[in-house]
Every structure is written in C-alpha cells, then in structure tokens.
Design a protein around this ligand. Structure first.
Ligand code: F6R
Length: 610
C-alpha cells in the first residue's frame, strides 16, 4: 500500500526522502510526492507515476530543507492523479499531511467541513483529515493538539505524518491500523511506514502502536497515547543490511527472490532441527507446545499466497497430528461471526505482518480467547507483535510484489510446526528423524530445480500468447495449483485458474480445446495414478499440457507437450519443490510480455487497507 517517509535533522531532507520513497515504491506506486518546510518556503511537489518522475521534478526545483515528508500512493479514494497524490495540505499551504490507510467516516467529516467553508481540491479521504487538523489548528494553535483532536473524530485506519510552517522543529506522527516506525539517528530522526526506508540511515527503530501519537524532533521524540498520556517507547535494533535490499545483479527482485530460495529455506530451518531426537525446536512457541497439541481444532487464517500456504498447512497438520484443521480467508473470517473457543489455536500467516484483514481477524480471534500464533516474515510487524506467540520465517526481505521465497519458507515453517506437534502426538522418533533428513536435503534439491531456469524460460516462450490457463493438482498439490495460477495472473495478466484435478470433470473440462494450456502438478504420491487419468482426459480433448513431474517419471512425458522435472521428497515437503517451476514459468511469461514483474499493475506488496 502507500509508503510514508519523513526526515528531521541537519542534512538536506530531499535526497533522504527520494531515496526512502524508492525503497518503499514496491508497496504502492501510482503517484508520489514530497512536502518540505524551510526558513523561506513551504513547498509540495507531487506527480502521477513513479518516484523517478518525482525525482526529476525535485531536481529541477533545486530545493533544500532540514524537514520533509514523502509519500508513494496506492489509490483507494480517487483515481491516481496529481491532485489526489500526497502530501495534502491546509488552504494556506502551511501544513502538510501524508497518510496511509482509510478514513472511513470521511463523508460525514467532509460535510461538516464544507459547511464551515472549507474547499476541497481532491477526491481523497486524506484531504478531509488535512482540513480537520487545520480546523483544530485554528482553535488550539498547536500542531500536536490539533492532530490529536482531529484523530479523536476519525474512524478508520491511519499512519500519518504532519509538518507545519509555524512549528518547523517537529514532525507529528500517529498510528492506528497502518504501520509506522521511527528511526533514531544522531541529531536526526526519521519516520517511515516500513523499516526498509530507514535502514540506509539507522538500525535503531521504535515501532509505534495503535492509538499512539508522537512528536519527533531532530534530537529526541515524545510519544503519547491519543488520550494525551505520556508513554515510554522501547528502541529496537534491526538486523537488516542494505545489501539484502538490492537486486544483487538480477534484472528483477522477483527473479532474485526465486533464486534465493536455497538460502531462504536454509535460514527458515537453521537452528530449528534436532536430528538426534527427531524434533523441531521453535523458540517462539516455547511454552505453548502443550496447549497447541491439546487444541480441539487449529484454524489457519491468511490472504492470497499466504492463504495457499495455509491450505498446504492444513494437509500437513491433519496428516501428522490428527488435529482437525480449518483454513479461512482472513477477510471472511473477521466478518462471519466465527465460532472460536479458548480451546482453539488460530495461526495467522502473513509475509508482511501488516495485512489489514489478517490483522483484524487476529484481533477477533484474540477477543474470543483462542491461542493466536503468527507466522510472519517481517520482524516486529503488527501481526508478529499482536500474536501471543509465533514463528518468524526468516526468508529475508521480499520486495517483488509477487510472493515467492516467502511462500516456500511459510511451507517450511508449517512443516516444522507440524513436526513439533506431531512428536507430542503419535509420530515416533525415527519418523521425526526421517522428516528432518528430508528437510536437510531440501536446499540442494531446490538448487537442482533452479538450474533448469533456461529450460523453463524456453518452455515459457511457447505459452506467451495464451489468454487462459488451467492449473490442476490433487492433495498437497491442489494449493500449489492455486498458487501457480495466482503467480501467473498477478504478473502476466493472463487469466488462470487453479482447481483440484478431479474437479475438472465437474465443469472446467468444458473449457478444454487446443487453445487451453493446462498445467498439471503430477508428482508421484498416493493420487499419482488418478492425476495421470486426468491428464489423459485433457489429452483426449486436445488440450496443451505442461506437467511438473518427478525426476524418475518417464511415463507422463510421453503424454504431454512439456515436462519440468523436480526431485522427489516426502509428500508433505513436495509442494516446496513443485511450486518453484511455476514461479519461474510465471516470471518468464511476464518478462516476455514486456511487463513490470516487480510492480504489477494495481497490486501492492502490503495490503494495509480492507
Ligand atoms: C501474491 C501476494 C499476495 C499476498 C497477500 C497477503 O503473490 O503476494 O496475495 O500473499 O496480499 O500478504 P501477506 O502475506 O503479507 O499477509
């Protein structure tokens, strides 16, 4: 979603803001803007499009200032345009506001402000908040209090930063439902919606919590509750290097992240396997193992790719622990009056840890007394902090909008949780050891798949013109079919659907002709023969088939147009391997279509609005 960055200190804020916005561009990117205040002027520069456009404009203006805020926007209210871009401001252009989130009661607030005589130039909810702050600024004559009073009237979500000409020694920030971090420097401080924007300058950060508001000065900050009570905030050290945020010689983040999977998977399991005992050790779940193992039910809730990981988790946990598992879209779960009891364990999976629907579902489950666990990638993210316990996947920063390495690491962590719980149930030590041995062989097997990148690129070239795709798989590979289809549609804009292979005959088979490519995930598991039957059914209708098969499979290639071979592992871990060719297929098709794979249209990396 939208990205926020701000600077106060002794340097020129402008390059800091531009560089920070570039690092946030993956979050949302239909327009961008900065606002600065210096001794002689207050200036806002904004543009539709990329941060690079903004940078050109800023350079031509040659402005300098020790105080500034910047924003990349992902449109919610009002089309992407210069007038809707942030910062928004008061009528005399002395106070600037950037905002991430949605002001839900903006219509009624706007009505009141219109009656007061305020004029609006944009269609955004943010401009309503800017005028509301201005309204209180006129009464209170104090920026912090004006922001606080205005926010007391706001329903919805926000991460905001405000600067004001008459108080040029501070940035006022506040948070509710959208991430906001303060970066602590020496004689300079920063703010951002994401630590990625700060990491070039400082590793010391303060995470703002919902309902908090703060004044940031160049050499200190003061945080309060929205009710004006002082609070002491803890400073955290972030373990992230600037190298981890670069493309490392790859043309796209997505390819880099796909190629990083041997390392990211290794990091997800590092220090967590005890071969001798056939167990996994997850520090984040310490003390909660019994409660999870004795749960009546496990619910896993997530969105998008993380929801696909949840589905694989359902198969794993039910197979090995015997605990009934349900998987829920977080967006449905939160509004559906779900029946949850204190005997349930609810696992929330989120790469970013900031997805609004997942966070809201977590709060709902917490209210009902369930044990709430988080599986997140971003350390210190909202879902990680709100959960009672949890496991970081340690996949490293994922910048490409399409999730790849986070997905495989989520599956890996789910397998570790499965092992942890299953060993307290009926799984014996040799069985646990067998799983660990397979886990240990995984990274080498991933390397073998990645070596086929050129072959996959050649295969992709033959499918670039297709307008529709079906992805079919059974058992553990049904969720992989869904994930393969999602990867393709989000970056190549080709319509693709995933189905359980056996469902094909209940409808989708009508679509099959020589124009319809079907991707089968057909590795050798208990339903292999049945999937081969489904392949025959498609073949009989002249469909084009690409199959993901095991290395030792010489039968399916006689039936289909193309095969990509993956090494064999135990069923539970096979999705980690079979999804990788599908990531590469989607990547190469999108690149060959000339599309921007890292920043696909209409999508944002971190969906912090409902
Ligand atoms: C797809 C993708 C999205 C996310 C979804 C949830 O490639 O990235 O579908 O998986 O928006 O995001 P997180 O995992 O951050 O909660």
């Amino acid at each position: 979603m939208c990205g926020i960055v701000g600077y106060i200190g002794e340097k020129n804020s402008v390059p800091v803001l531009i560089e920070g916005l570039k690092r946030l561009e993956y979050r949302g990117y239909d327009s961008a803007g900065i606002g600065i205040i210096n001794t002689t002027e207050c200036k806002v520069i904004k543009t539709k499009g990329k941060v690079a456009e903004l940078e050109k404009l800023v350079q031509s203006e040659n402005i300098k200032s020790n105080l500034g805020i910047g924003h990349t926007r992902w449109a919610t209210h009002g089309e992407p345009s210069m007038k809707n871009a942030h910062p928004h401001m008061n009528e005399d252009k002395t106070m600037f506001l950037i905002h991430n989130g949605i002001i839900e009661n903006y219509v009624s607030l706007k009505k009141g402000l219109l009656e007061e005589g305020y004029k609006f130039v944009s269609e955004t909810d943010t401009e309503v908040l800017a005028h509301l702050i201005d309204h209180y600024l006129k009464i209170k004559n104090n920026l912090f209090q004006a922001v606080r009073y205005a926010l007391n009237e706001v329903e919805g979500t926000y991460g905001i930063a405000v600067i004001y000409k008459n108080e040029p020694d501070k940035i006022v920030v506040a948070k509710k439902g959208s991430p906001l971090v303060i970066g602590i420097g020496k004689n300079e401080n920063f703010i951002a919606s994401d630590v990625n924007a700060l990491i070039a300058h400082t590793s010391q950060v303060v995470y703002m919590e919902d309902g908090e508001i703060a004044e940031i000065f160049k050499d200190h900050f003061q945080a309060k509750t929205i009710a004006d009570e002082n609070i002491i905030k803890e400073i955290h050290e972030v373990d992230l290097s600037i190298d981890e945020l670069s493309k490392g010689g790859y043309p796209h983040y997505m390819l880099k992240e796909i190629m990083e999977q041997p390392d990211s998977l290794f990091n997800s399991m590092r220090g967590r396997l005890v071969l001798k005992e056939g167990i996994s050790k997850l520090g984040g779940l310490q003390g909660f193992e019994e409660r999870i193992a004795n749960s009546d039910r496990i619910i896993i809730s997530a969105c998008g790719t993380s929801w696909h990981a949840a589905l694989v988790g359902e198969y794993m946990l039910e197979q090995y622990t015997g605990i009934p598992v349900e998987v829920e879209y977080a967006s449905e779960f939160r509004y559906r009056h779900p029946i949850i009891t204190p005997n349930d364990t609810v696992i929330f999976i989120s790469q970013s840890g900031e997805t609004a629907d997942t966070l809201a579902a977590l709060k709902e489950a917490k209210k009902k007394g369930a044990l709430c666990l988080g599986i997140c990638n971003v350390v210190g993210s909202s879902i990680a902090r709100e959960s009672e316990a949890g496991v970081y996947i340690h996949a490293g920063p994922e910048i490409g909008v399409a999730s790849t390495k986070a997905f495989t690491s989520q599956l890996l962590v789910l397998s570790l949780i499965t092992l942890l719980i299953a060993r307290r149930k009926s799984l014996n030590q040799p069985e646990g050891q067998e799983i660990i041995e397979e886990l240990q062989k995984l990274t080498h097997k991933v390397e073998l798949i990645l070596k086929q990148n050129e072959l996959i690129e050649k295969i992709a070239a033959q499918y670039v013109e297709c307008r529709n795709f079906l992805y079919l798989g059974r058992g553990y590979h049904f969720p992989v079919a869904l994930e393969g289809a999602l990867k393709l549609k989000e970056i190549s804009y080709i319509h693709a659907e995933g189905y359980p292979a056996a469902e094909m005959k209940h409808g989708p088979i009508a679509l099959i002709d020589d124009d319809m490519p079907v991707v089968f995930i057909a590795t050798k598991d208990s339903v292999y023969e049945k999937v081969v039957n489904n392949i025959e059914e498609v073949k009989a209708r002249k469909g084009r088939i690409l199959a993901i098969v095991n290395e030792d499979d010489n039968e399916i290639e006689k039936l289909v147009d193309h095969v990509i071979k993956v090494p064999k592992t135990i069923n539970m871990l096979q999705p980690i391997l079979s999804v990788i060719p599908l990531q590469l297929l989607a990547y190469h098709i999108a690149v060959k279509k000339g599309l921007n794979v890292d920043q696909p249209r209409n999508l944002a990396k971190s969906v912090t609005v409902e």
